[in-house]
Design a protein around this ligand. Structure first.
Ligand code: SF4
Ligand code: SF4
Length: 340
């Protein structure tokens, strides 16, 4: 597919040329970087450093109305979920784009989830290659890289005065139809600059973890005292799950009365005790050690066995944001040490 060169000074013009779409882009908010719907293309920032929250909510909102109802006495009005407008997520990191690929089979395997599907189909992902990976990143251990293309429709790489744009899918090609005029065609020398930039970024990644046979090793540690030690430190805050781009636990709740109300899907977290409590009061994951063990086994054993992907992309957010410094890489290293 085609490659383009976009002058940095033309970034706002490029975003405006994308047409009548919901533009979701990184913005600075309260000392963090968040992905928000922006009305003015000039508000999109690519020079922000730390992406605390992933844009997972674009395809899997934190709260989503599945339907609303009104009881009119002799009839019932049902209003199906929201209409989804064409959406562009601009500046998404390669690991976060890959997380959408990890989530896809969950919402499509045995039953096609219409709420997820309509959002996913309406969304085009323009990625930003990571020039300065954070000290928490370990995406290469999961098969990714600062210039990874999995899940992306277009990848932008900073090559100095310009961005190098690689069109990666039919969705990306269609989006570029109205925007190609803002860009120039890229030459072989530009491609060489891009390769060099990505090689330098890759060299800045400091952390790694060996995941060979991890899906088989984890079940063998099921009864190990290591989980008690790890669980003793955890305070069950759930930050690791809420900020993880691949975590996807949810609850269905009804709100309202007999006369009118709505059914919602809301994020939940397997790190909370209520997540598995039975109607009888029994809770099979009765303490934090069983819950953290489940979270990690789910990501590295159950999910790959059932859905074909490790449910982690190596973004490192759970490590950086945990208030008690639980470190996923150290836990996985302990699992390997117990097995060897
Ligand atoms: S488990 Fe941690 S490192 Fe892996 S994707 Fe989730 S937040 Fe990122
Ligand atoms: S962020 Fe840390 S303390 Fe909070 S639930 Fe996760 S592992 Fe436990």
């Amino acid at each position: 597919m085609d490659n383009y060169l976009l002058q940095k000074s033309k970034l706002t013009e490029f975003l405006t040329s994308l047409g009548d779409v919901n533009l979701i882009a990184p913005v600075a908010a309260n000392g963090t970087t968040r992905f928000e719907l922006i009305e003015n293309a000039a508000k999109a920032k690519l020079d922000l450093e730390d992406y605390t929250a992933s844009p997972k909510k674009v395809v899997f909102p934190q709260t989503e109305t599945l339907f609303a109802f009104r009881n009119k006495g002799d009839s019932l009005d049902i209003e199906e979920g929201e209409e989804i407008a064409p959406t562009v997520v601009f500046g998404i990191r390669p690991c976060d784009a890959k997380s959408f690929v990890v989530l896809d089979p969950l919402f499509n395997k045995d039953f096609e989830d219409p709420y997820y599907k309509k959002r996913r189909d309406a969304t085009v992902l323009i990625g930003q290659a990571c020039a300065e990976p954070t000290n928490r990143c370990f995406c290469p251990s999961l098969g990714g890289s600062p210039g990874g293309t999995e899940g992306l429709d277009i990848l932008m790489t900073d090559i100095g005065n310009d961005y190098f744009l690689e069109v990666l899918s039919e969705k990306g090609k269609k989006l570029m139809n109205g925007s190609a005029g803002v860009c120039a065609a890229a030459a072989a020398a530009d491609n060489a600059k891009k390769e060099k930039a990505l090689e330098q970024s890759l060299g800045k990644i400091k952390r790694q973890v060996d995941l060979k046979q991890m899906h088989e090793m984890l079940p063998k540690t099921f009864e190990d005292k290591m989980w008690k030690e790890v669980g003793n430190s955890c305070i069950g805050c759930g930050i690791c799950t809420y900020n993880c781009p691949t975590c996807h636990c949810f609850d269905i709740q009804d709100e309202g009365s007999t006369y009118q109300g709505r059914r919602l899907r809301v994020w939940d977290a397997c790190m909370y005790p209520e997540f598995t409590v039975h109607a009888s009061g029994e809770n099979p994951r009765h303490d934090r050690s069983t819950r953290i063990r489940n979270r990690i086994m789910h990501k590295f054993t159950f999910y790959p066995n059932n859905l074909g992907h490790i449910s982690c992309v190596g973004c490192g957010r759970c490590i950086e944001l945990c208030p008690v410094n639980e470190d996923l890489i150290e836990i996985l290293n302990k699992v390997r040490a117990i097995n060897e």
